[in-house]
Write a protein that binds this ligand. Structure first.
Ligand code: BES
Ligand code: MN
Ligand code: ZN
Length: 493
């Protein structure tokens, strides 16, 4: 799909389909729709008045407008209430239009970026949503089931016809983040027999503009990363600690400011280990590297978007299986930081690999830490599939991330971090144990991580549940969501 910004008059653009977002208020106050309605001889009014089309979010209706437009068809897309309209809704409306166009076998579409956003922002989120919606999760289908391609998407401004340069730059950035999100989705959708820790390294190496270094088992043994290594012991797949950097360009000033580290949980399959999970839905645990995928996607985007601050990515990549050499409940290991951990439950593995990766990030000079992980079922119980859990010590960054949710479309909700939650992690034999009590499990997992970041400002995103779309949406197919890519990119931008 090619995407072009078209600042002129939309009715002059020849295409198979013109997609026009409609607000709920416009069913009563019709005035903003008059110019379009006149061109199509009252067809829009009829669609609304007859009740054939309700402009609730992401509802659609196809009309055949006759000769008044240079588009063969007109697609009305519900944009919901004006007061609730924000860049995240515009992104999804654009995505809905793309999926409708594909379903209707259209090859060219014009989408109107309605709303009061600056042209650059509107174009960016619409392009992002379009690329996201165009994604297909059928990675291993041998016959493309008559897949219909949208070849060309024209993006036209709505209310604020901005400068052409702004719109085109918005499109460029939207394509970059959209594709980076799709990369993260593909990695999480890949089955664990394909996407091993080593394979993840190869996928990282294939990304233009990233320098990739991967620590192997022997090096990690020498360095004493036994929290991470304990998780991979049961698997025949060797572990990797992947380091991603964006090399400076020759002749350019190095990026200034504190080093930011993005750390993503990369469990390529989580069976639970000796503390084996029940079989139901266990296949979903191929996606237990979604945090790592989000870090890789974000770094891929940032390599092109060139943030002003220095940033590195770290992905501890392991497979968690039971086996003759697997870690047992009750085992004690010494972490990279030096703290000893009593492993009570081998299914609480994410925090073990993150503990070593976070401590390692600090030895690399990181002064700001953010980790992202499908860490606890408890977080899903607390927040459902609407918000990821956000915890940490860097309140300023957490406030910023939360403020930008209407822009990224990725919900975040902060959970408390009282010291009282830590007590459950006290061990009789070691410095800390890897699980607390059942209640508040998302928080005790974060309290465990806090032991290893010490006083470095840190944010933790628990994305369990947010990483997987189980129902399918008008703007997204079922499968991995790429959750976190937009939040991380937005933070560093
Ligand atoms: N990867 C899981 C968490 C998870 C569960 C993510 C469901 C997405 C969907 C994690 O490694 C895990 O198993 N957590 C345990 C922790 C418990 C043993 C303290 C959990 O949530 O049950
Ligand atoms: Mn687990
Ligand atoms: Zn896990």
């Amino acid at each position: 799909m090619r995407i072009e910004y078209r600042p002129g008059n939309y009715s002059d653009i020849a295409c198979d389909l013109l997609a026009y977002p409609v607000f709920e208020e416009e069913a009563e106050d019709f005035a903003p729709l008059e110019p379009l309605d006149r061109k199509v001889r009252g067809a829009v009014r009829k669609a609304l008045e007859s009740g054939a089309f309700k402009p609730e979010p992401y509802r659609t209706c196809v009309l055949f407008p006759g000769t008044g437009l240079r588009a063969a068809r007109l697609l009305l897309v519900g944009a919901g209430k004006k007061a609730r309209f924000n860049p995240a809704v515009l992104r999804n409306v654009a995505g809905t239009a793309v999926r409708s166009a594909r379903a209707a076998a259209c090859r060219t579409m014009t989408f109107i970026c309605r709303g009061e956003h600056p042209a650059g922002l509107g174009a960016r989120v619409a392009a992002e949503g379009a690329v996201y919606a165009d994604y297909d999760a059928g990675l291993y289908k041998t016959q493309a089931p008559g897949r219909r391609e949208l070849e060309l998407l024209h993006l036209a401004p709505g209310a604020a016809p901005g400068a052409e340069g702004e719109g085109a730059e918005g499109v460029r950035r939207g394509i970059i983040t959209g594709e980076a999100t799709n990369l993260a989705r593909t990695l999480a959708n890949e089955p664990a027999n394909i996407l091993t820790p080593e394979c993840l390294v190869e996928r990282a190496r294939a990304i233009p503009g990233l320098a990739v270094h991967a620590l192997e088992r022997e090096e990690m043994e020498k360095m004493g990363m036994h929290a991470l290594l304990a998780v991979s012991r049961g698997s025949a797949e060797p572990p990797r600690l992947i380091l991603l950097e964006i090399p400076g360009e020759k002749g350019k000033r190095p990026r200034r400011g504190p080093l930011h580290a993005l750390v993503g949980k990369g469990v390529t399959f989580d069976s639970g280990g000796i503390s084996l999970k029940p079989g139901d839905k266990m296949e979903e645990m191929k996606g237990d590297m979604a945090g790592g995928a989000a870090v890789l996607g974000a770094m891929a985007a940032l390599a092109q978007l060139k943030p002003r601050v220095p940033v590195i990515g770290l992905i501890p990549a392991v497979e968690n299986l039971p086996g003759g050499r697997a870690t047992r409940p009750g085992d004690v290991v010494r972490s990279y930081l030096g703290k000893t951990v009593e492993i009570i439950n081998t299914d609480a593995e994410g925090r073990l690999i993150l503990a070593d990766a976070l401590a390692y990030a600090r030895t690399l000079g990181a002064a700001r830490l953010l980790d992202i992980a499908t860490l606890t079922g408890a977080c899903m119980v607390a927040l459902g599939k609407v918000n990821a859990g956000m915890m940490g010590t860097d309140q300023k960054t957490m406030d910023l991330l939360r403020r930008n949710c209407p822009l990224t479309g990725e919900g975040l909700w902060q959970l408390p971090m009282d010291d009282a939650y830590r007590h459950a992690l006290r061990s009789e034999i070691a410095d800390v144990k890897n699980i607390g009590e059942r209640w508040g499990g998302a928080i005790s997992a974060a309290k465990f991580l806090e032991e290893f970041v010490e006083d470095t400002p840190w944010v933790h995103l628990d994305i369990a549940g947010m990483d997987l779309e189980t129902d399918g949406r008008p703007f997204a197919c079922k499968g991995a969501t790429g959750f976190g890519v937009r939040t991380l990119v937005n933070w560093l931008e």
